[in-house]
Design a binder for this molecule. Sequence first.
Ligand code: FES
Length: 293
Amino acid sequence: MNGFWIALLVFAGVAAVVFALLGAASRRESTSATHGATFSREALKRDKAARKAKAREEAASAPPTGREVEVAAASARSAALEPVGDTKPVAWVAPDPEVLDQSRRAFLNRSIVALMGLGIAGFAAGAFTAFLWPTGSSGFGSKIRVGKISDVKADIEANNGFLYQPEGRMWITEYPAAALPKAESTYSPAELTGMKVGLVALYQKCPHLGCRVPSCNSSQWFECPCHGSKFNQVGEKKGGPAPRGMDRFATEVAGDTFVVNTGQVIAGPPIGTNTTGQEAEGPNCIGAATGEH
Ligand code: FES
């Protein structure tokens, strides 16, 4: 063996030793590193567990956060809305049309009866109230206290022989005492009561067709402007188409007061009645009468 091969073998042996040493060193480092890594993970685990425990302790001692409060409230609401008992929907059953129709008819019938009852009750209440209500103590249709007899006569003279009383729709005139004997055989007691104290109460409505009959100062009669009927001062017919004398009211005397009952109309005296014999005392106010009876 030459020197070259010997040198090569020595070099290879040296190299093998070097590689062996390097491999051992490398294994030692690797083992050492592995042990170090193992130690580091355990330490990290311990640290992490310690941090979690600390966090739990802090969380347990700290007040709840807003988020925690909201979550707790939502949980409570959900618990409150928990269905109780059997919550299965009930199947809808259509009502019986016949029963429905009967109910509607019954309702309408009861409504009609109730309305009729209310109407009758209202009418009865009104009638009852009207029945109990005192009749008018004044105004047309009632007994009107015209005034003291002497005062009434004074007023008549002050008004040219005719006193108009609008409240009673009547004229009041004087009845001459000298005519009383004739009057007693012609007029009713209700008329004579006034005549005996010298007064007559005549309805203003013409017995022909109902016009208001005015007095005529010149003739001292009543003369109707509608068709010319004429009546003397106590309402006895003197001309025109009127079928009778002027209607009048029942009279009463209460002490010295003249009272006229405008609720009791007495038909005027028949044509031809002339108890006072009064003729026109001047020109007539109305022209020639038409349809003279
Ligand atoms: S209404 Fe008075 S005369 Fe005809």
